[in-house]
Write a protein that binds this ligand. Structure first.
Ligand SMILES: *Cc1c(COP(=O)(O)O)cnc(C)c1O
Length: 394
């Protein structure tokens, strides 16, 4: 077996912003015997899961469950509502917004990147007025969709999705709103219906506390209408056959039975804790983490206080320090896994995930590991971040 199989004493501190730690209740549910996915029990179970996941997205509309990671679900959103050559607006917030845009380009979508002029868009949340302004100029309605990332996991920023919807409506533009909430869902408040998203993309391994492997598309009536006219070739990712099968709780192909057991358990746990309690817990842990960062005298990658992410905090390391050397030290010495800097931020930042199955003392362990690792790098913090976080949490 892998050396990961715990020959190290004590627990592994998985503090990357996804995959997040999987609670043992969920691991146990996943270990139930696999059953016939066309048998009578499965249909009943499938309907329960399909209904339960709607409550997490806060939607009355269907939610597609793919056996795919978040990336497959990004592709699902695009291929079902667009036509080859359609123009789509992507607001740049970081590495994930860029990856989604690159995927769109590869499947024949014409992409246009927007961001606020003169601003480092990797440090500020989405400015909806930029989208509104661009859409107002598109008098021919050539832009078919606007794509934004709700929680940008590479930079630690959560954007206001309702404001983006309002911008599209204020511009009286018919573009669809496609949202990536792969790392937001289940950790940061998300309201698919009332915020007016047409497709929301998500995945299993972040706020939902599951292993990687299943992904989601939450739909709107307008998205379903668009899917009937969409001409991009698609088969496995096409919604029509899935929606038809889902009516009775089944899937056209073999679903990830055991991950669905886990999803069923996760939904149950989330409803028991209550979504609002979960979101408040994430906000509280994030605030504690930011207080630690400030005490250390380090900078938050996110400069926009209205966009601080409850999911993770991205921390800029001092000039001359390599964030990946610090991460390596934390892993080897303390069995603590921190998120790496992605894209142009490689080596410049590290990220602390405080999402999913996380509580005060798990966060404190991570902060303690970071503080000791900073010391090992020769950095002299202004003050103890651990003490600052404790003062806030006690
Ligand atoms: C993790 C993540 C993805 C990618 O999901 P995969 O499961 O790695 O394919 C997409 N967007 C965001 C914001 C993410 O955090």
């Amino acid at each position: 077996m892998l050396k990961l199989d715990n020959h190290l004493s004590g627990r592994h501190f998985l503090h990357i912003p996804g995959p997040s730690p999987v609670p043992s209740r969920i691991l146990r549910a996943i270990s139930y015997q696999t059953i016939d996915h066309r048998g009578p029990e499965f249909g009943e179970f499938g309907l329960k899961v399909l209904d339960g996941i709607k409550k997490i997205f806060k939607t009355e509309q269907p939610v597609i469950i793919y056996s795919a990671s978040g990336t497959g679900s990004w592709e699902g959103a695009l291929v079902n509502v667009l036509n080859t050559g359609d123009k789509v607006l992507f607001y740049e917030t970081g590495h994930f917004a860029n990856l989604w845009r690159a995927l769109a380009k590869r499947i024949g979508i014409e992409v246009e990147v927007v961001g606020k002029a003169g601003q480092d868009t990797w440090r500020w949340g989405v400015d909806a007025s930029v989208i509104e302004e661009r859409l107002r100029k598109d008098t021919q309605h050539e832009i078919k969709a606007v794509c934004v990332v709700h929680n940008e996991t590479s930079t630690g920023m959560t954007s206001n999705i309702a404001a983006v919807r309002k911008a599209i409506d204020d511009a009286k533009h018919p573009a669809l709103l496609l949202v990536d909430s792969v790392s937001g869902l289940g950790s940061a408040d998300y309201c698919h219906d009332t915020w007016g998203a047409d497709v929301t993309v998500s995945g299993s391994q972040k706020g939902l506390m599951l292993p990687p492997g299943i992904g989601f598309n939450a739909l709107s009536p307008k998205a379903i209408e668009a899917s009937k006219r969409s001409t991009i070739p698609k088969a496995y990712l096409a919604w029509d056959e899935i929606l038809e099968s889902n009516k009775t709780g089944y899937w056209p192909t073999t679903p990830s039975t055991n991950l669905m057991y886990g999803l069923h358990e996760a939904i149950d746990m989330m409803q028991t804790e209550g979504l609002d309690t979960i979101f408040a817990r994430h906000q509280r842990l994030a605030e504690a983490c930011r207080r630690a960062v400030a005490a250390w005298g380090l900078e938050n990658q996110c400069l926009d206080a209205t966009a601080y992410s409850p999911v993770l905090t991205a921390i800029v390391v001092p000039e001359g320090m390599d964030a990946d050397v610090l991460r390596k030290h934390a892993l080897e010495k303390f069995n603590l896994s921190l998120g790496t800097g992605l894209g142009k931020l490689k080596g410049k930042i590290f990220r602390i995930g405080h999402l999913g199955d996380c509580n005060e003392l798990s966060l404190m362990a991570a902060l303690s590991g970071v503080e000791m690792s900073l010391g090992a790098m020769g950095y002299k913090p202004k003050a103890s971040g651990v003490v600052a976080a404790q003062d806030y949490l006690k």
